[in-house]
Design a protein around this ligand. Structure first.
Ligand code: ZN
Length: 256
């Protein structure tokens, strides 16, 4: 089998407007510094994440917050417009997602783990998984030509380091030391001001931003550095196994 070549372009599929910042913004900042184009694609518009604003207004607020965060990164921002809390793996969303991958000519796709705690995250992961395969098939209806190869597919961590039953999730394949870009990541997360109050009410989280940073500290402890993000590469059928992020960010990568 010949080795595929991959464009320096990464697409992240996140279920909600703040998930990219929580789970993988540090790694995106490091890839950006290596010359990668970054596309942040939110699958739902986050309309249920509001208190004191109805769904329509919450969508507007969160769209502005997500765009501001992507701007800090120098990333393109796209929202697929799925409904927050009611995200299903549909034909329409698969087609839209694979269009985003084609348009970006993605070499790397990052999505949630299939065993994430949140049903929307699991649905977004399934949509991204399917879309990453569809993006190279010529018979898919699309405005963009098929990619020469499926992008490499990676998963970012879930919250709390466990599966939905509370069992520890599989050991990450690798960690990325994000100490040099943690400040950028937190500035991006700070754009999502609308989430402070709903996290306090719904999740009893008095310090939303601090609680999210605690996750970077927890992975950092696992990795032996101050702040880290954790990743798994999708090594099952359908995808090449080239360790591209691990090679591009070799000075920041710690094996899991
Ligand atoms: Zn989410």
């Amino acid at each position: 089998m010949s080795e595929a070549s991959y464009s320096k372009s990464v697409v992240v599929f996140a279920a909600h407007p703040d998930d990219t910042e929580i789970f993988c913004a540090g790694t995106l900042a490091l890839l950006k510094a290596k010359g990668y184009r970054v596309t942040v694609c939110t699958v739902t518009s986050g309309g249920m994440g509001g208190i004191g604003s109805d769904e329509r207004r919450t969508v507007e607020i969160r769209d502005g917050e997500a765009r501001a965060a992507a701007e800090i990164l120098g990333a393109r921002y796209v929202c697929l417009g799925g409904r927050d809390g009611f995200l299903y793996d549909t034909e329409e969303l698969r087609i839209k997602a694979q269009d985003v991958i084609r348009e970006a000519e993605a070499g790397i796709v990052i999505a949630h783990l299939s065993v994430d705690y949140h049903p929307d995250h699991r649905a977004a992961s399934a949509i991204a998984d399917a879309a990453a395969i569809l993006a190279s098939l010529p018979n898919i209806p699309s405005r963009f030509p098929p990619l020469p190869a499926n992008p490499l597919f990676y998963h970012s961590a879930t919250l709390g380091l466990t599966d939905p039953l509370g069992n520890p999730i599989a050991r990450p394949h690798f960690f990325v030391d994000i100490g040099s870009v943690e400040e950028t990541k937190m500035r991006m997360l700070a754009c999502h001001r609308s989430q402070i109050e709903i996290m306090r009410v719904q999740h009893k989280m008095d310090d939303f931003f601090g609680a999210m940073q605690a996750q970077d500290l927890a992975w950092g402890r696992e990795a032996g550095v101050r702040f880290a993000e954790a990743y798994w590469q999708h090594l099952g059928g359908g995808f090449q196994k080239t360790p591209l992020i691990q090679e591009e960010l070799r000075e920041f990568v710690i094996r899991g």
